[in-house]
Design a protein around this ligand. Sequence first.
Ligand code: SF4
Length: 353
Amino acid sequence: MPAVSEFRAGDAVTPRHDWTRTEVEALLDLPLPELLFRAASVHRQSFDPAEVQISTLLSVKTGGCPEDCAYCPQAQRYDTGVDAQKLMETEAVLEKARQAKAAGASRFCMGAAWRSPKDRDIPKVAAMIAGVKSLGLETCATLGMLSGDQAQALKDAGLDYYNHNIDTDPEHYGSIIRTRELQDRFDTLGHVRDAGLKTCCGGIVGMGETRRQRAGFLQTLATMPAHPDSVPINRLVQVEGTPLHGTAELDPFEFVRTIAVARLLMPKSMVRLSAGREQMSDELQALCFSAGANSIFHGEKLLTTGNPDVAHDQALFDRLGLRVMEVTVDAEGHDHGGTVHADIVGQPRSCVA
Ligand code: SF4
């Protein structure tokens, strides 16, 4: 990547893993038209900018989580009106997966509000994964922290992607979560990579962080041993009863800048518009696609918060001339798409978000 002042469209982009916070901050500080130009130029080198990948996210086990993530309505310690439910039955999950496929999804993501799965949960989740895979969908899960053996068992069941987010900048992390360390998250991501799973890892912006801290968040993602295959960027959905309810709203242009810099730092990753889309105007979403976002969650619910409905998304794609990215899964479960793809996350919860 050329220095901040030297970029020209057509400059070849080689993914880097040595970004400094100062460099990332300089990108975030660029005049917005210049930043959009650079991000759009880089986007075209690895992807068709008219294609957007679609995933559907299902909460297979909602609420009652013992963690304290300050944005999350599924934390049992906050009074948010989300009732704890048991793990869904496999057949009910498969019915939702069939509906998602019929609505155009290529990947089906299953989220459970656990600190980490118990070993006795793994065979039940493995059965869901194997069933979803047999429908010809890519599979993704977000279940909290994993051991190495658990990651391997999920891989053996046919899991393609695992979502586990870092949430925010290391400096800001302790203001948002106190029941697990950032290192715990890095450890899980290491187990996921070691098992041969694709990684989905991002976070949430609009949680009261500064621009410098957004730079630190993006720099942390871009300096991992491997860039996440998918980078979900969530915009905080403020839920009454959570500690972050009432946080000052993030300027929408700051969200666009975050998307654009994620695209510049991780040029071959899928950059996903995740939670918070329901609160975004069509114009803001269009700017995000122009800034390099190329994946969305599709469907009525994003875990426990709303998501734009399928018909509205289709109408928006038509107005913008966007196409759904085709992904096919062969008999051996290998996926084939136009490009690199990966992802999953939603919010409010960051074992997914
Ligand atoms: S984000 Fe995940 S780990 Fe945190 S409280 Fe919500 S469900 Fe639990």
